[in-house]
Unconditional design. Structure first.
Length: 115
């Protein structure tokens, strides 16, 4: 193993509520999954992997699935940007190249988006 220095990191985990559009999309994912499980859809057209991937996109920002949807003010992307500004936005001693931000795509609890 390499004995490389490990930088210190600050992790910010937030639980965000889904938008109304996201709630509707989750219902549609459920309906799609029922169709796939019942064999009513050709797996080349829709399948569980595609539904899961769409769910992850929806959890991150609903506009990844439909760019005509409004910007959800409390989306994961917006929360990540807000946190980035809070952490380094006014501290000019922090070098831009030293900052790394990540925005996860997890849904872990019913009716709650986490990240």
């Amino acid at each position: 193993m390499l004995n490389l220095p490990v930088p210190e990191a600050e992790y910010i985990n937030e639980v965000l509520k889904p938008s109304e559009e996201q709630k509707e999309m989750v219902e549609a994912f459920s309906e799609r999954a029922e169709q796939v499980r019942g064999g009513a859809v050709d797996p080349r057209v829709d399948n569980m992997l595609k539904i899961t991937n769409d769910g992850r996109k929806c959890a991150l920002d609903q506009r990844l699935l439909n760019d005509m949807l409004p910007d959800a003010g409390e989306s994961k992307v917006n929360a990540c940007v807000e946190n980035a500004f809070q952490v380094s936005g006014t501290d000019y001693s922090i070098k831009r190249e030293d900052c790394r931000y990540a925005c996860g795509c997890r849904c872990s609890k019913r009716n709650r988006f986490t990240g």
